[in-house]
Design a protein around this ligand. Structure first.
Ligand SMILES: Nc1ncnc2c1ncn2[C@@H]1O[C@H](COP(=O)(O)OP(=O)(O)OP(=O)(O)O)[C@@H](O)[C@H]1O
Ligand SMILES: [Mg+2]
Length: 294
């Protein structure tokens, strides 16, 4: 049995507002297995709670988990199960120390709501940390780790499609985890459904590549661009444009704009932040030089 191909999902993210949160007070246990605790965070499409697995606890394994559920206004959409399953499916093909681990997917039988069970991350979102707390070596390490992580993702044919500091957790042990694969794409398979990136706008526009803002489907090149924006901000405290990356069509980045960045990285940034996605390829060999600084 397989699910039929379905149409474009009409998922429009909303401003976060408590009215949209599924009433977990009424539902403290999913499928008689996952006990749901405090809220850990909320995004434009979903809400995440602490969770415990009854089975694991029965066998003495008290690992802390997280459960991700769609916001209430989305939970009635007919395609929401496929949307959530896609995040689970993409994550379950990945195994990397800097990518969140996914544990389970289910549809709660009583509430008919899909959920994903994830490892629980303990740390702070990258955008909540003042730049002054990062030493030079921490910044190099972060840049290097992020680059290697998206390189790995791409070898697995997955485009994250929403790389931004809200989707990167800086853990207590100073490592990072990339999470929120809600709008990611698996290029090696026919999609279960097609997200209309032009109307859904579920990505963070401050970090999205110019072609994505114009409605193109995100690619490896757009992930590289978003990662470069995250790192540009980490080094300089500002974005490489005033508001939107489409400004780079009018005024491409110059080496002078990069003066706040480490000298050895300027050419890498110049190419990675090109408005033309093809020109970003030139940045790959330059990245190898970064190893000298780590
Ligand atoms: N595994 C986890 N452990 C701890 N906290 C988490 C976990 N996953 C998500 N969160 C918290 O929940 C928030 C929302 O999660 P996530 O970004 O996956 O949802 P989203 O609705 O897809 O977000 P977006 O608005 O970026 O589309 C995160 O910003 C983070 O604070
Ligand atoms: Mg998010």
């Amino acid at each position: 049995m397989s699910r039929q191909q379905i149409d474009i999902v009409d998922l429009i993210p909303v401003n976060t507002n408590t009215d949209n949160i599924i009433k977990m007070d009424e539902k403290r246990r999913l499928n008689n297995r996952y006990a749901v605790g405090e809220q850990l965070g909320i995004g434009g499409l979903s809400v995440v709670y602490e969770a415990r697995d009854d089975y694991s606890e029965y066998y003495g394994d008290d690992r802390r988990l997280a459960v991700k559920l769609p916001l209430e206004h989305l939970s009635a959409k007919s395609d929401i199960d496929a949307f959530m399953y896609a995040e689970y499916a993409h994550l379950s093909r990945l195994s990397h120390p800097n990518i969140i681990k996914v544990i389970d997917f289910g549809i709660d039988a009583e509430f008919n709501i899909p959920y994903i069970v994830l490892e629980q991350l303990n740390g702070r979102l990258l955008n909540e940390i003042p730049l002054t707390q990062f030493s030079i070596s921490m910044k190099w390490n972060l840049l290097y780790t992020l680059f290697k992580t998206i390189e790995y993702l791409h070898t697995q044919h997955i485009v994250h499609a929403d790389i931004n500091p809200n989707n990167i957790m800086y853990l207590d042990d100073e490592s990072i985890k990339l999470f929120d694969f809600g709008i990611s794409i698996n290029l090696s398979k026919k999609q279960l459904f097609e997200l209309d990136y032009n109307t859904i706008k579920a990505y963070n526009p401050r970090y999205a590549a110019p072609e994505v803002i114009q409605g193109d489907v995100p690619t490896f090149h757009s992930d590289l661009f978003s990662m470069a924006v995250v790192c540009f901000e980490l080094y300089s405290g500002q974005l490489p444009y005033i508001e939107r990356s489409t400004e780079l069509f009018e005024r491409p980045i110059s080496l002078r704009d990069l003066k706040l960045l480490p000298f050895g990285l300027r050419r890498w940034f110049k190419y990675a932040l090109s408005a033309d996605p093809m020109k970003r390829n030139k940045s790959y060999p330059l990245f190898l030089e970064i190893k000298k600084y780590i």
